[in-house]
Design a protein around this ligand. Structure first.
Ligand code: GAR
Length: 210
């Protein structure tokens, strides 16, 4: 089996990154993590990646000021150098331009802490609590130019309990994230996922959404 060469893009803690790294330690996993790139030089995830002997790079967005394309060209350079085939955003807190997204069309995944299309954007847990929803969760999707949109590969729902705080709900969702991201990457790396318009088919079947 030829494993797909995967880069993970982070900006912070990197717990989803760790979940992907752990899954890829198994030789039978169809992807290997060849690079972790952080937009933040102090990201905790960088230490965790280095600790797992994964090559790391820093592409600091601030250095490029408002020139988002220059930032992305630097990012692209890192990915091309390492012959990356798939890219996973894992708590990567920069919006990507259509130029970058187009380079990676169908090969760029993101994890979002909500049941998309509900609660796009930031502060998803606080907004879910404020809205009084009974179910919340996480979504892995292909990235398209429009933020937090794009064909869904996997979704997991978690219950919202009475008395939940942002922190307790976030922790419950995070557990689900760590489960579905390695699963979703596996499906994509094995070539089981076909994008049809705005939806994904896995082994020819519609994705079960929460
Ligand atoms: C995760 O909950 C991820 O879903 C979210 O940031 C957190 C990163 O945690 N991503 C977004 O909000 C993207 N808009 P991690 O660094 O421990 O994986």
């Amino acid at each position: 089996m030829v494993r797909k060469r995967v880069a993970i893009l982070i900006s912070g803690r990197g717990s989803n990154m760790v979940a992907l790294i752990e899954a890829a330690k198994d030789e039978r996993y169809p992807a290997e993590i060849v690079l972790v790139v952080s937009s933040e030089p102090d990201a905790e995830g960088l230490k965790r990646a280095a600790g797992a002997n994964i090559r790391t790079a820093i592409v600091e967005h601030r250095v490029f000021g408002h020139d988002r394309e220059a930032f992305e060209r630097a990012l692209q350079h890192e990915l091309v150098q390492l012959r990356v085939e798939l890219v996973c955003l894992a708590g990567f807190m920069r919006l990507l331009t259509p130029w970058f997204v187009r380079q990676w069309e169908g090969r760029l995944l993101n994890i979002h802490p909500a049941l998309l299309p509900e609660f796009k954007g930031l502060n998803t847990h606080a907004r879910a609590l404020a809205d009084g929803v009974k179910q919340h969760g996480a979504t892995v999707h292909f990235v398209v130019p429009e933020m937090d949109s794009g064909p869904i590969v996997a979704q997991a729902a978690v219950p919202v309990h009475e008395g939940d705080t942002e922190a307790t709900l976030a922790a419950r969702v995070l557990e689900a994230e760590h489960r579905i991201y390695p699963w979703a990457l596996k499906q994509v790396a094995e070539g089981r996922v076909r994008i049809e318009g705005e939806h994904c088919l896995i082994d020819g079947q519609p994705v079960h959404k929460a």
